[in-house]
Design a protein around this ligand. Structure first.
Ligand code: C5P
Length: 225
């Protein structure tokens, strides 16, 4: 029983997903941070992100974890390192490898089952591949200039200017949407919400309304759908 929130970078997924998780008292999993932790391990190992065999070997031995909203490599909390501009630039190449994704998707599925089988999960392929049976699927979109302006305020922007950030987002969208292995794609049964016209508050309210239909009540109560 998962609430799947997908969409490209800069649409406000994390803010919205965290608020929904808080309102429903569900655990929250940011799957992007698991790919980012993997990428940090790859960069530290000085392995070419395009080399699938080498990347797979690093990821297999990296002990990627996720607790209290932050990614780990072994015992080390790597939240801020995983959001560095270097990781952001390499993450699409690392996450494009089919075998790497198989490994990380299994980790995400295990995490949810270890946390009681119910969670709010955000990413790119949650409604299509990781939890295709999720009873609530939302796909967030926003106009490119709105997304770039949002990202400019994030730590991974690294103080770069708006046009640079817009180019980087467009390149990552292209790489994430055209890769062969589970590309960024809207699930047929996902509800699309445009965060350039809706406030975070409105987006959260709409997701909570969808969740209520699926039996999730604010404050953590459950009822049969
Ligand atoms: O959401 P965030 O920007 O942190 O994601 C970083 C990258 O991780 C994405 O650009 C994408 O390449 C990859 N990713 C993915 N599948 C997911 C989540 C993220 O491939 N479910």
């Amino acid at each position: 029983m998962v609430i799947a929130i997908d969409g490209p970078g800069g649409v406000g997924k994390s803010t919205v997903a965290r608020r929904v998780a808080e309102a429903l008292r569900l655990p929250y999993l940011d799957t992007g941070s698991t790919y980012r932790a993997a990428t940090l391990a790859v960069l530290r190992a000085e392995v070419d992100p395009a080399n699938e065999d080498a990347v797979e070997a690093v990821v297999e031995s990296a002990a990627i974890g996720y607790e209290t909203d932050r990614p780990y490599l072994g015992e080390e909390e790597v939240g801020s390192g995983a959001r560095s501009p270097e990781v952001t630039a390499a993450v699409s190449a690392v996450s494009a490898h089919r075998r790497v994704r198989r490994n990380i998707v299994a980790l995400q599925q295990r995490w949810v089952s270890d946390h009681g089988g119910e969670a709010v999960v955000e990413g790119r392929d949650i409604g299509t591949v990781v939890f295709p049976e999720a009873p609530v699927k939302v796909f967030l979109t926003a106009r490119p200039e709105v997304r770039a302006a949002r990202r400019a305020g994030d730590s991974e922007a690294g103080g770069r200017d708006l046009s640079h950030i817009a180019d980087e987002l467009a390149a990552r969208d292209h790489a994430d949407s055209t890769r062969e292995a589970s590309p960024l794609q809207q699930a047929d049964d996902a509800v699309v919400l445009d965060t350039s016209v809706l406030s975070n508050h409105e987006v959260v309210a709409r997701i909570l309304a969808l969740a209520a239909v699926a039996g999730y009540r604010e404050g953590g109560d459950r009822s049969s759908p």
